[in-house]
Design a protein. Sequence first.
Length: 254
Amino acid sequence: MRIDGNTIFIPGATSGIGLALALALQAKGNTVIVGGRRTELLDRITAEHPGIHAYRIDTADAEDVAEVSKRVIAEHPEVNVLVPMAGIMRVEDWTDPAGFLDTAEQTVTTNVLGPIRLIAAFVEHLQTRPDATILTVSSGLAFAPLRVTPTYNASKAFIHMLSESIRLQLARTSVRVLELEPPSVQTDLMPGHRENADAMPLDEFVAEVMALLEAQPDATEIQVERVRFLRYGEARGDYPQVVAALNARDPHGK
């Protein structure tokens, strides 16, 4: 993925990693379009950051995804990068069906069906652009599970394998598939996580991501140094130790 000159749509960019990445990409000379459910946040972003475009979109609503995606493409036909960022992360107790089923279904709708629907809405258009990218967002927890968030972990493992698979199908097109794999980052994805001392500061994470995007234009996975502990535990042969360490030190983290 080239670092500048793109038109980038980032649904799920009203806060956290999505917003920080949107601002960093705009600073590099890209046209950035953000999306989210909360109109007041979108209005604030466009007021505080001239040049950013915004659309209200609910990625958990299939009809809304289809309708808003058509508008984005019609009004910004040069769009060549899709970054489906929207996601939720919630604690579940699988020892009690009443304690997890609703949360699990909501997580799958947002974290799995949301990106699928967005990619479906954009993939035909992206193939008409000479240099296009789908930048998916998985997690270090796709490779090592956090005990308290089973469905979140599984949803990110799905995103990883989806990325691997559609990359093969799109190999003969102009569309690259790039996967961003965050470690635990200080955001509001879960209550209190912004203050988690074990998580990576957001500004440091985004700075390292931007450096990697610039240094590795042909990469298929963007991995900051901190995520490699989780990403490669199985390959190193210390997966049980990785899982034990993750769950001992970060019971509520990403």
